[in-house]
Design a binder for this molecule. Structure first.
Ligand SMILES: C[C@@](CO)(OP(=O)(O)O)[C@H](O)COP(=O)(O)OP(=O)(O)OC[C@H]1O[C@@H](n2ccc(N)nc2=O)[C@H](O)[C@@H]1O
Ligand SMILES: Nc1ncnc2c1ncn2[C@@H]1O[C@H](COP(=O)(O)OP(=O)(O)O)[C@@H](O)[C@H]1O
Length: 285
């Protein structure tokens, strides 16, 4: 074990799906997709205190909306204990800053940060690949957050190829509506037959999100946010929504548009980054 004192400020960054193509539905109901993940410098933060007993305790500012039994942080910590037979426990503090259910992956990212941080703090010495395997059982997006590098993903999101798309500044809008990933994937009218393309062709084509049309139809608030943003910058939805993002060359340009937001629309400006803030934190120890 590394240390029993507090280990502070482990970041759990958000991601954007710069494109999201749905290619097929498998017999088990899951969808095969091709997507491009890039991290943004906008994060939840987790603090950890390793304890001698195997108990896990979470203090979070979302306990009203997510029960402990469903919280991916505790599920991740339990999976690591089970996989490694580790006898240690932890007290964990979550400072939730990322909007939930917005398609920016906050829950998956919290799970990934928990696995990476506790593997370090408990000294359980799993490889990144082993952590990614455990992470995949918690959610399709967890492995990319553990890997910590922008990636082109295939399969259900678990086959990763590292890529380095341009690191734009983004204005991300948060329509005040929760979009359920499962509901979008269950909708019969979802476009699920986009042809699979090779990586080179994808990187050089125009980028789209196959869930966007459906979500815009179902959720007027998403439609309104996108209609507004697209007047200022190339804009798309991330994941299965509800967040939409516009891309800008300069921070200042993004901030100027953010200043024009009406009071009923929340948003934030963040830089795209191909190396996750989590990977940088781990390197610091
Ligand atoms: C499609 C993406 C793109 O990033 O959407 P967002 O969740 O980020 O919006 C993700 O891969 C989502 O990953 P994640 O949110 O972890 O999904 P999971 O918890 O694994 O699955 C939620 C539900 O979505 C459906 N699902 C998910 C992934 C997938 N490739 N095919 C599916 O059909 C399944 O019905 C599943 O029960
Ligand atoms: N630590 C967590 N942070 C956020 N959501 C969590 C967490 N643990 C479990 N969840 C559940 O996961 C759902 C999806 O969360 P989130 O990852 O924020 O959305 P998305 O995948 O759309 O970006 C939430 O509505 C919540 O019920």
């Amino acid at each position: 074990m590394k240390d029993t004192r507090l280990s502070l400020a482990w970041p759990a960054p958000a991601k954007l799906n710069l494109f999201l193509h749905i290619n097929n539905q498998r017999e088990d109901g899951y969808h095969e997709l091709q997507t491009l993940f890039q991290f943004i410098e906008h994060c939840d933060y987790l603090d950890f205190k390793v304890t001698a007993s195997s108990q896990l305790k979470l203090h979070s500012n979302i306990s009203d909306s997510v029960a402990d039994s469903d919280n991916l942080i505790l599920l991740a910590a339990k999976s690591l204990q089970k996989y490694t037979h580790c006898q240690r426990g932890a007290e964990i503090w979550l400072d939730k800053r990322l909007p939930m259910g917005g398609g920016i992956g906050g829950g998956s990212s919290d799970a990934a940060t928990t696995l990476v941080a506790l593997n370090y703090l408990w000294d359980t010495q799993l490889s990144k690949e082993q952590l990614m395997e455990i992470g995949l059982e918690l959610g399709a997006d967890v492995p990319v957050f553990i890997n910590g590098l922008s990636a082109f993903a295939e399969g259900v999101g678990e086959k990763l190829i590292t890529v380095s798309p341009k690191e734009y500044w983004y204005l991300v809008l948060i329509p005040n509506v929760h979009v359920s990933t499962a509901e979008i994937f269950q909708d019969p009218s979802l476009t699920r037959n986009t042809p699979k393309l090779d990586l080179d062709s994808l990187m050089n084509s125009s980028w789209q999100n196959d869930c966007q049309e459906l979500v815009v139809r179902r959720q007027p608030k998403v439609a309104k946010a996108l209609d507004w943003l697209i007047e200022y910058a190339p804009s798309r939805m991330t994941g299965t929504g509800a967040c939409v993002f516009g891309q800008f060359e300069q921070q200042q340009d993004a901030l100027e548009v953010a200043d024009k937001l009406s009071v009923d629309m929340k948003g934030f400006v963040a830089k795209g980054t191909n190396i996750s803030p989590l990977a940088m934190r781990l390197a610091k120890g």
